[in-house]
Design a protein around this ligand. Sequence first.
Ligand code: HAM
Length: 409
Amino acid sequence: MKIERPRGTRDFLPEEMEKRRAIEAVMRRVAESYGYREVLTPTFEHLELFTMKSGEGIVEEIYAFKDKGGRDLALRPELTAPVMRMFVNECVGMPKPLRFYYFANCFRYERPQKGRYREFWQFGVELIGSASPLADAEVISLAYDIMKELKVKFDLHVGHVGLLRHLLRDLEEEVASKIMRLIDKKDVEALESYLEEVGVNRDLRDSIFSMIDLVGGREVIDSAREIIPDFDFGHVERVCEILDALDVKYRLDFGIARGLDYYTGIVFEAYAKEGLGAQNQICGGGSYRLAHLFGGEDTPATGFALGFDRIAEICEVRVEEKRKVVVVGFRGLEKEAFRIANMLRKKAVVVTDVMGRNVKKQLSYANDIRADFAVIVGERELREGKVAVKDLRSGEQIVVGLEELLNVI
Ligand code: HAM
């Protein structure tokens, strides 16, 4: 019986993996150049870690299960909550700010489609310990640099959840969260009917719709100020100043609500301009507070996660091609072929026959796998300390001494 893989998961063949590793290497290099260091948390956690403050949207999508001891566990849907749990448990004495990055798989029970999977990978960072606009600007600039470095075409939108929250401050928390979720989903119809259902007055309704329409340059701050004159825009303005100074291209967007409930301040999202269709959000992040919920001191933090699979889908990277050599041995010379292969591995990717094939079939396999060279180990040459080297691209063949072999491939 053929067994299919579970819905929403994927297999990755070598070519795809080489590409993914090349992309991952760029992400790591840029994050490390900003002083971020890698961390890793468990694949599964106590369920409550994710139900405490992630928001209903995420909770509905959680892969939850009971283990044999009856504990409620969940596969991680994201890594911000786990990293903050780790911070509270392990890192309290460390000098702040802490700069962590991660690259790991996440699990969400979503309806699979192009760019949306049930198992997917995030590359993310968390900058822990600062509530300054400098911290927000740093992580936005880092996300921007990674996407630039990968030559992805994207639009970056920067907002602040405080504005919408300020508007909704007199509503019950549950109602406000639901409104934020509908705004995040850009589901205007559902938002309209929900606002009516909970009896939100006309003025507030109009303010909400005006606010989520505010997308543009720094001038939208003035428009937002008209809607909420008593809100302090100092933080947003400072972040803008720094991003402008760094030549980061972005648009302010006060309609960003984010799907997760823990955000408290600046939020940002990046959307791929082409190649992804509806699931084009390739990065999401912002500042948040979680440490106090996990038994630690109230600690500000900010960060983002890149949707690795979506980026891999649209990103063209050059995968470094390593030279490939097949050591072809005549029957009875397998040990010698293995030994010569080992010597050549200093310089190239080397394979030898493990199928008991004759020389002709070994050479044909070498062509099939697009090897650059075949090193042919034969009785007569070997007696003189030599082997034949065939350049499989030109067809040229020469005989060289073993001591010279490393120089000719
Ligand atoms: P998020 O927006 O839920 O944020 O996820 C980040 C990115 O992961 C999304 O922008 C998207 O590219 C990708 N993603 C999400 N779900 C899927 C899926 N089902 N299939 C493929 N890709 C997906 C977070 O998870 C926050 N923890 C980000 C953060 C870090 N905020 C602060 N620090």
